[in-house]
Design a protein around this ligand. Structure first.
Ligand code: CDP
Length: 242
């Protein structure tokens, strides 16, 4: 399948049209960014590691009844996906309190959040992704109440499946961000990616950080080793393509 015109050039992924109007090609680039894209570095093979990890996770979710946009991964960093009209909401699920949550609210670092917190942020770098609530989402015309409930239920189910998936690999799924979109029939599907770029992942034993937080903290030389550690733990040898 050939790449046609560039539809969207994101911070770390480029989306191209294809011959098929219902499908897109998503190229996972080697860029790594932090602070709404203010800091940017290139990390060797980062795109491929994320695309392979995301593919594995999307397949696990599909096996568990969650529809995703994933179709195929013909090359390590090239994904074929169903074309979606993305909903500009970053759905964040938090199982453990850390980061801004402990700075803004009286939660103790590392405490378990039971039930998990479901947070929705407006995906808009120019406004620095402000937190939304149901009234704001409806006032902005981003989604209906029924759609907000679908997003919440899907996010909680995804969290249940992935908490177990990562636990089996000796990893705590601390929190993560997902995005949804609508296919040509209006169905809400999971889109974007689920990779160490958008998750906080801690080693279950040592609580060592295994995700992009290392880059946010300026530990650039450690970040790819963490991604490769996640890759080695969650991708069976028979599925390792790099
Ligand atoms: O938790 P805190 O408010 O400090 O940061 P956050 O940016 O809201 O991140 C919460 C979780 O969502 C982390 O796992 C991030 O990796 C993820 N996230 C993301 O991947 N992309 C964003 N634009 C925002 C959050």
């Amino acid at each position: 399948m050939d790449k046609k015109e560039l539809i969207n050039n994101g911070k770390v992924k480029s989306v191209y049209a294809t011959d098929n109007p219902d499908e897109v090609i998503i190229e996972f680039r080697d860029d790594m960014t932090a602070g709404d894209g203010e800091r940017k570095e290139v990390m060797d093979n980062k795109g491929a590691y994320n695309a392979i990890i995301s593919t594995k996770i999307f397949k696990v979710l599909e096996e568990n009844g969650i529809e995703t946009q994933f179709i195929d991964l013909p090359e390590p960093n090239i994904m074929i996906a169903k074309k979606l009209e993305m909903i500009p909401i970053e759905v964040i699920i938090r199982n453990i309190a850390t980061g801004s949550l402990i700075r803004k609210y009286p939660f103790a670092e590392g405490s378990r959040l039971e039930p998990p917190i479901v947070q929705m942020d407006f995906k808009a770098d120019e406004y620095h992704d402000p937190m939304l609530n149901d009234s704001l989402i409806k006032a902005l015309g981003i989604a209906t109440q029924e759609e907000i409930e679908i997003l919440t239920q899907k996010a909680l189910k995804i969290n249940e499946i992935l908490t177990k998936f990562f636990a089996d690999a000796g990893i705590i799924l601390v929190d993560f961000k997902i995005e949804f979109g609508k296919d040509k029939d209006g169905n809400i599907l999971l889109g974007d990616e689920i990779s160490p770029d958008g998750c906080r992942l801690w080693d279950s034993e040592t609580l060592e950080i295994l995700d992009k937080e290392l880059f946010r903290k300026g530990k650039d030389s450690e970040v790819m080793n963490a991604y490769i550690e996640v890759y080695n733990r969650v991708i069976p040898d028979s599925e390792k393509v790099i």
